[in-house]
Design a protein around this ligand. Structure first.
Ligand code: SAH
Length: 335
């Protein structure tokens, strides 16, 4: 089977899939995400979206949406931080796009009254202000290895009773024609078959009705090399070793994502640390620090550093903004 079929089964199988069977976040789980590290992350995202909403004339009746909300922490922090923005809550209809029934139940405790959707194409035809943090990296990818002018697909099969990776015969692929220009024999490129339709729907809503999108994830402008990885208990493991028990991800190809949101516009790809600094994380951190002492203060300083420092999440994670033609880019991001 393709890596995409393997990843989809491992992550989302209703009985055995990774996200379908557990809440994987936090110190006791397998990995920790930015909203779980500090409330500052969601607060600043909330203020960014609220400012974008004000900049576009505060449309009444808009979808405030999140793709892949995990524990619901990010949306809960967004809602708390925007409570004081006049009219924002009255106009917001909260929509959470989530595939896992287990995680929907966790989200319902944090974001009561939200509307849950299976797919982004079910979002209402309204202005859309949305965020996706570590969502696109969970979408299944395919991998192709360059062989002359053709490509061999990396596939999962069974060898000597165990799962093993193999390669198909080389074939020319029209979809990868452009990549013949920037790759050499043996190079691996990745594609994400579900991404264009999802990003395209988000872009279409924002282009038609207004709004702003923030996509935050690891990855670079172009996909080059094998970025398929498994994480279990905060450590990298073999992606074939324990299907359904480890989180499987791949880097996001932001160039492909940016192309897919047209006719909406997109900002430059910006490191997470730079984005959060521009939104004022240093001032927010200082205000929160005033009430803290000893271990709590140390943890707060470490969390701030973890979100922003170039050697931690600050550079590894990137942000891209999506906005309609004629509007200003979301705060913290440049056209
Ligand atoms: N944004 C959260 C969680 C990231 S983990 C955070 O930052 O903490 C990925 C999330 O996307 C999980 O909630 C997972 O269940 C969800 N997910 C993965 N694939 C999905 C799909 N195809 N459709 C909808 N949700 C999906």
């Amino acid at each position: 089977m393709t890596l995409a079929d393997y990843m989809a089964a491992c992550l989302l199988d209703p009985d055995h899939g990774y996200y379908a069977t557990r809440d994987p976040f936090g110190a006791a789980g397998d990995f920790i995400t930015a909203p779980e590290i500090s409330q500052m992350f969601g607060e600043l995202i909330g203020l960014c979206l609220a400012q974008a909403w004000l900049d576009q004339g505060a449309p009444a009746g808009f979808a405030l949406a999140e793709c892949g909300p995990g524990r619901g922490t990010l949306m809960a922090d967004i809602l708390r931080a925007t409570r004081a923005v006049p009219g924002f809550h009255a106009a917001a209809r909260v929509h959470l796009v989530e595939a896992s029934a287990t995680l929907r139940a966790v989200q319902a405790t944090r974001v009561p009254g939200a509307v849950w959707l299976d797919r982004v194409d079910q979002l209402p035809e309204l202005p859309l202000f949305m965020v996706a943090n570590e969502f696109f990296d969970a979408l299944p990818i395919r991998q192709f290895q360059r062989d002359g002018a053709g490509w061999r697909e990396r596939v999962v099969g069974v060898k000597d009773g165990a799962l093993a990776l193999g390669l198909t015969a080389a074939t020319p692929l029209a979809a990868l024609k452009a990549r013949l220009g920037d790759t050499r024999d043996g190079d691996i490129v990745e594609t994400c078959p579900a991404m264009p339709a999802i990003a395209g729907t988000i872009g279409a809503r924002i282009a038609a009705h207004g709004g702003a999108g923030l996509v935050i994830d690891y990855g670079d402008w172009t996909s080059l090399g094998d970025t398929f990885q498994a994480v279990q208990d905060h450590k990298e493991t073999d992606p074939l070793a324990a299907p359904g028990q480890a989180d499987l991800t791949a880097h996001v190809d932001f160039a492909a994502l940016a192309a897919a949101v047209a006719p909406a516009r997109h900002t430059r790809l910006t490191p997470q640390g730079v984005f959060l600094e521009r939104l004022g994380i240093a001032q927010r951190a200082q205000t929160l620090a005033d009430g803290l002492h000893e271990e709590a203060l140390d943890a707060h300083i470490a969390a701030h550093r973890r979100l922003t420092h170039p050697t931690q999440m600050g550079d590894h994670f990137k942000v891209i903004g999506i906005y309609p033609d004629g509007a200003t880019p979301p705060p913290g991001l440049n056209a």
